[in-house]
Design a protein around this ligand. Sequence first.
Ligand code: FHN
Length: 456
Amino acid sequence: MKIRTVRVGVWILVLACLSCGFAVLAQRETQQERDARMRWWREARFGLFIHWGLYSIPAGEWQGRTNHAEWIRTTAQIPLEEYDKFIGRFNPVQFNADQWVRAAKAAGMKYIVITSKHHDGFCLFDSQYTDFDVASTPFKRDILKELADACHREAIRICWYHSIMDWHHPDYLPRRDWEKSRTAQGANFDRYVAHMKNQLEELLTKYGDIGVLWFDGEWERTWNQNYGRDLYSYVRAKQPAILVNNRVGAGRAGMQGLTREGEFGGDFGTPEQEIPPTGLPGVYWETCMTMNNNWGYNKNDSNWKSTRTLVRMLADIASKGGNFLLNVGPTAEGLFPQPSIDRLREIGRWMDVNGESIYATNASPFQKLDWGRCTSKPVDGGTRLYLHVFEWPSAGSLIVPGLFNAPRGAYLLSDSARRPLEVTRKEDSLVIRVPPQAPDSIDSVVVLDVAGAVVK
Ligand code: FHN
């Protein structure tokens, strides 16, 4: 009996230490320290997502079907030995890292997230832990090294997308259900996790400061919150200032991308192909979005979103306090598709004039504005409201409803002379006299300065 009591006591002590250990980890960073770590990313607001790998060679087409993309090995059920042949054909001789980084920078983007390894397991970097990497291709060059160096030169943050799910590594489980001949015999998932950590060590020690580790492919039954917490701590131990998304663990609630209540969720939520309906006070989140229908290059996908749509998405997301991660899927030659280049250039033209209304802004204080969106930032003890006007008022009066602050002044952000616009009060609204013509056909920004914090 005595021995049994001692054993129970020991277990209680062990569990207490373990929970204390997690508590210490969680307590290690205060909210203030976390906000400071997140600051560059929160103020950046806008980044480039790049999905690139062997799948750019078939470019979405396989045995007559043309609706594949980065998932082609699975959606076309291509056996491993067949897919591996793409290694010998990957030779993107037109790849120019400086060109890519400058295109992103000119678009107003502040960070780049590129697939170091997608679900197919192919590594765009020279890894000592696999031959299924760029070093084994005719191209041989370490693409991530060239891109990281170009980003460091241009003061753009370089970030890695890394898939937990791996359809190539022999220890990853589960196998694809259609891969009947590819036995899982001898596969050891913990050995796969150790392999993944080894590659992450390469990615976090050989390429300089990394802004974000953007995990993905966390949804299969073999991955769980314990692996996720451990991986988060592992990555942060390698680069303490790095940010990690909520797909590091298993706490994400589907494609709406936010972390389920009470679950461990890394540093930020990841809505995919959608924008939350309202702002999410106190929550860091980033919407990722394709320009057409696919992440990886599909030569037949011509369903491109217009620049108008993309600029208004950027304003909408910023007005809700989120980040926008907009995707490009480069070709097998190493080029951005021309429609992507065109959109990045046109977005850049808008950002050149209006970037101030996106960068380092806070969410709108208004629930809804009939004519557009609003972003804000504190200025000189008051509040600067950036009114993103999508529908320009034909009668020349822009009405800002439910605002009780005293106005300090207003002007068009596109007017470098900042000529004042007349502001009057009409009951609970401020009315701004604006010129008959909208300065921008997509999103015209009117700046309204008011005294104090917004009172509604
Ligand atoms: O399966 C991936 C997909 O290929 C792509 O990488 C997106 C981008 O976030 N994430 C997963 C789908 O949710």
